[in-house]
Design a protein around this ligand. Structure first.
Ligand SMILES: [Zn+2]
Ligand SMILES: [Zn+2]
Length: 122
């Protein structure tokens, strides 16, 4: 029986998954600009393993202070928002008066995220 395109894709996805799990990522690429679609930059750079293609590092600028962060050492805006709302439940709920200081899809360094949570939850 001939393998269908879907079965073939599944088989390759499995194989790629196995390769990426077992790979020790001995060779990293240079920093590459990440694109969520052709010609649409995601605003951050990544390093990929040259053997298995897995993303092994990401470089992102802090949305507040611009500090460059690598090694996944940052806090997502969504988590910052959640923490503020834990302390101040009505924060940014008013659609007519949104505080754009914190964007859910932005990234913040640890220092800025702590400062923002403190400032905004007062
Ligand atoms: Zn690898
Ligand atoms: Zn920062």
């Amino acid at each position: 029986m001939t393998e269908t395109i879907i079965e073939m894709k599944d088989r390759h996805a499995d194989e790629i998954g196995q390769l990426q799990t077992s790979c020790k990522h001995p060779e990293e690429s240079e920093w590459l600009e990440h694109h969520w679609a052709i010609c649409h930059s995601s605003g951050f750079s990544i390093k990929e393993c040259a053997i298995c293609g897995k993303e092994v590092d990401r470089r992102e600028g802090c949305h507040k202070c611009g500090k460059e962060m690598t090694g996944y050492d940052w806090v997502e805006g969504w988590d910052v928002l959640k923490e503020i709302r834990d302390k101040k439940p009505d924060y940014n709920r008013d659609m007519m008066n949104i505080d754009f200081d914190i964007l859910a899809n932005a990234m913040y360094c640890n220092q800025c995220s702590e400062k923002l949570i403190q400032e905004k939850s007062q």
